[in-house]
Design a protein around this ligand. Structure first.
Ligand SMILES: CCCCCCCCCCCCCCCCCC(=O)SCCNC(=O)CCNC(=O)[C@H](O)C(C)(C)COP(=O)(O)OP(=O)(O)OC[C@H]1O[C@@H](n2cnc3c(N)ncnc32)[C@H](O)[C@@H]1OP(=O)(O)O
Ligand SMILES: Cc1cc2nc3c(=O)[nH]c(=O)nc-3n(C[C@H](O)[C@H](O)[C@H](O)COP(=O)(O)OP(=O)(O)OC[C@H]3O[C@@H](n4cnc5c(N)ncnc54)[C@H](O)[C@@H]3O)c2cc1C
Length: 667
């Protein structure tokens, strides 16, 4: 066994020679790049230690996951959740280690929503007294919770949610009710089988008057027996696209009484006399958890993208197929330029998403920790717009990438053992949950249109929209590799697309349409405007971040190539908008296309090192194709031998159906 200290994968046997050749020929040391991505040696070492500890425990072994039934998966996922809880006690793991472990396990835990939404919502919306009562129970899993907002009839339109919480002054309780069938809660993760409690969003009604949706802690099951409590009906909603274990559930409440204290009351409360009180400026405070999770999903999009390109790139180096040079040995498939075009711009995207999620998480923390906590809400609209837009943009691109990577592996990409099918099926949820992507692009558009109008009237724009007032002459792209010139090209196109949306809106309004009619009529254009802005924001953020990194020259060199390739590829992908806005002309588009192909050639020798730098443990990838050692065929054979279908050499169905038929047929 060779010790590969510079990788998270410690015990690596003989490495496939083609993959080894790739590693030997790289222009930089992937370990150095890992340190840049993870924020220094201390953090990288910590992450490696946590992930190695995790996967040295057989409970977390993922290898047979794809052959397990839903019930077996659920059993293992509950076992894993509880094992992690034990680690908190036995190993002193804190939220930091738990977060690292959850990412390494793709959040595929029976208690994922408990960690990702239930506890964070209590932290954000509960009073200190409520937190003191509930958080210790949540930490010890005496209380396992979910976030129950979506209903069968409504997910997007929160104002139309039907569940009610009616205040009963005589008992000082809320009475929770589910109007059937459209008002039943539908989708919450873990609700089906795993949870004892739920944070239920419901219309607060006091003396017949509605006060909009509020959040209530409702106990669903007896914490000892796990049986449903009176008035509660819960269950799993049934099969869905995904190999993930989550027991998404439904909930019906019939006259369920909960104490007044169970309304999360940091920002609003109901007094014992039935008076509704709300702190000023906090109208959207109940939407705060969604903002946080949307910001975190940008990270999830990065994880999905970088894992997919890791698998497909390593496989591309190992797989040999067809003929390139007549009569010569079959080439590695990554030597086909069309294959490089599938992989290398997506490696660049993965790096771009890394810097995007760094931005998003740090901006979220800045606004949440430093501003909102001090009662300053000025940046909330911008944070809402960016967390909606980047969640949508990054998950859309990440899912496109996973599918391209899957197809780039040919037939084997269709096998669960590729690891790419589960990335796709589980990842697909991310374009819908926490706000359906089109709906989120339109939230961003709303903010963009307001800022555009302000800019046109000489007013101030939000920080991230300074380009609206900047003066960029068109067609100044003299050098397609020049970052400031590329940035100007993106800004010109984004500004133009916003202008198109704004002009169309004002024309519709001039033609007598109501605001809501004008909005709907022009919504396709408005979504385009949002995407153009987000394209620009991520590309420019990538360029700026890389330009300011103080790192080894060989790392900087390769990162500069990546951010250039990303920018050029995004231009080519939406060429008609760049041309229409006159950000570039057709000659420049030709130059950009040629430059893109040149960059592929220049990045080709570093492709494997670039994906190694993401430093994924083999068990996180859980892919026969993307293994660190590249022994793809051996692993596929090994898994196939252990496939439950091969346990018996003759399947019982043969004796059950075929043999009796053959016996009858002989008569
Ligand atoms: C701790 C570690 C965490 C790690 C996480 C890692 C993630 C990994 C995930 C893996 C696990 C999987 C878990 C999956 C969990 C999924 C959970 C769910 O889906 S749960 C279910 C998720 N469900 C959804 O996401 C539902 C989607 N729907 C919605 O969010 C809303 O209905 C809406 C936003 C579309 C409209 O709302 P509506 O009330 O009709 O609003 P109007 O349009 O009338 O605009 C009014 C004004 O409000 C403003 N504003 C709006 N929002 C916010 C905000 N957040 N803030 C501030 N402001 C906001 C808006 O800008 C506007 O301002 P202005 O222009 O007037 O000045
Ligand atoms: C895997 C998964 C996990 C989930 N987990 C949870 C959970 O833990 N807790 C929870 O409460 N919920 C959860 N959800 C629910 C999820 O948040 C909702 O499904 C999501 O917000 C979308 O809402 P919807 O289903 O009502 O879609 P709809 O709004 O019905 O969308 C259908 C179509 O209508 C379009 N549309 C709707 N409104 C507009 C509009 N205003 N403008 C333009 N187009 C519009 C959409 O673009 C889409 O094309 C989960 C969902 C999934 C898939």
């Amino acid at each position: 066994m060779a010790l590969v200290e510079s990788s998270i994968n410690l015990e690596v046997g003989k490495v496939n020679p083609d993959l080894q050749k790739e590693r030997d020929g790289a222009s930089f040391n992937p370990n150095d790049m890992t340190l840049v991505l993870l924020g220094g040696p201390k953090r990288a070492q910590h992450r490696r230690e946590v992930v190695r500890q995790l996967f040295s425990d057989p409970v977390f072994n993922q290898e047979m996951r794809y052959s397990q039934s839903k019930t077996e998966r659920y059993d293992q996922a509950m076992h894993q959740s509880i094992r992690l809880a034990e680690y908190m006690i036995e190993k002193g793991w804190t939220d930091k280690e738990m977060q690292t472990a959850a990412v390494a396990l793709h959040y595929d835990l029976a208690t994922a929503v408990h960690a990702v939404m239930f506890v964070p919502t209590i932290l954000r919306l509960a009073t200190p007294e409520q937190q003191a009562e509930w958080l210790p129970q949540a930490a010890s899993f005496k209380m396992i919770g979910t976030y129950a907002q979506t209903e069968l009839g409504h997910g997007t339109n929160l104002k139309a949610l039907e569940t009610t919480a009616t205040y009963d002054r005589s008992s000082e309780c809320f009475i929770m009710n589910t109007p059937l069938p459209s008002g039943m809660k539908w989708w919450p993760g873990g609700l089906g089988k795993s949870t004892t409690h739920a944070l239920v969003t419901a219309n607060l009604i006091v003396d017949g008057q509605s006060h909009g949706f509020q959040v209530f802690l409702v106990q669903l099951r007896d914490v000892e027996t796990f049986e449903e409590l009176p008035g509660i009906e819960v269950g799993d909603i049934g099969p869905r696209i995904s190999v993930s274990v989550t027991d998404n559930g439904y909930l019906i409440m019939r006259n369920v009484k909960i104490p007044r204290n169970n309304m999360l009351s940091k920002y609003c409360t109901v007094t014992s006399e039935g008076k509704f009180l709300r702190q000023e400026g906090t109208a959207k405070s109940n939407y705060g958890t969604m903002m946080m999770v949307r910001a975190s999903i940008v990270d999830l999009a990065f994880q999905n993208t970088s894992q997919a390109v890791t698998i497909a790139t390593r496989y591309g180096a190992v797989r040999r197929q067809s003929e390139l040079k007549p009569g010569a040995k079959e080439p590695q498939i990554i030597d086909f330029v069309t294959q490089q075009y599938k992989l290398i711009p997506n490696i660049a995207l993965a790096y771009g998403l890394h810097f995007t999620k760094e931005y998003m998480l740090s901006y979220y923390h800045q606004v949440f920790e430093e501003e909102i906590q001090k009662g300053v809400y000025d940046s909330v609209p911008e944070l809402h717009s960016q967390s909606c837009g980047l969640k949508a943009y990054c998950t859309d691109l990440s899912m496109d990438t996973v599918e391209v990577c899957r197809r780039s592996c040919g037939g084997h990409g269709f096998m669960m053992a590729s690891g790419l099918c589960s990335l796709l099926m589980d990842g697909l949820g991310s374009v819908t949950y926490e706000g359906e992507n089109t709906v989120l692009y339109l939230q961003t558009a709303r903010f963009l249109m307001k800022n555009y109008a302000a800019a046109m009237q000489g007013g101030r724009t939000a920080r991230s929209l300074a380009f609206l007032t900047a003066n960029h002459p068109t067609c100044e792209l003299l050098d397609v590799f020049n970052l400031p010139q590329l940035q100007a090209v993106f800004d010109v196109r984004a500004k133009f697309m916003l202008e198109c949306g704004a002009v169309r809106m004002s024309e519709s309004l001039k033609n007598g349409r109501q605001q809501y009619e004008a909005w709907n009529e022009n919504s396709v254009e408005l979504v385009r405007a949002s995407k153009a802005y987000l394209d620009s924001f991520t590309a420019v953020n990538f360029m700026k971040r890389v330009s300011t990194l103080d790192i080894k020259p060989e790392l900087k060199d390769v990162l500069m190539k990546l951010c250039r390739l990303h920018a050029l590829h995004r231009i080519v992908s939406s060429a008609e908008e760049f041309l229409q806005s006159m950000a570039i002309n057709t000659k420049q588009l030709e130059d950009i296309r040629s430059a893109e192909i040149k960059l592929l050639a220049s990045l080709r020798p570093d492709a494997v090192a670039l994906v190694d730098s993401f430093d994924y443990h083999d068990q996180t990838l859980n892919s026969a194709l993307g293994r660190y050692d590249g022994n793809v065929y051996e692993k596929m054979y090994d898994l196939t031998k252990r496939n439950p279908m091969n346990e018996q050499s003759v399947h019982p169905a043969i004796h059950k159906y075929l043999k009796p038929f053959q016996a009858k047929a002989r008569l």
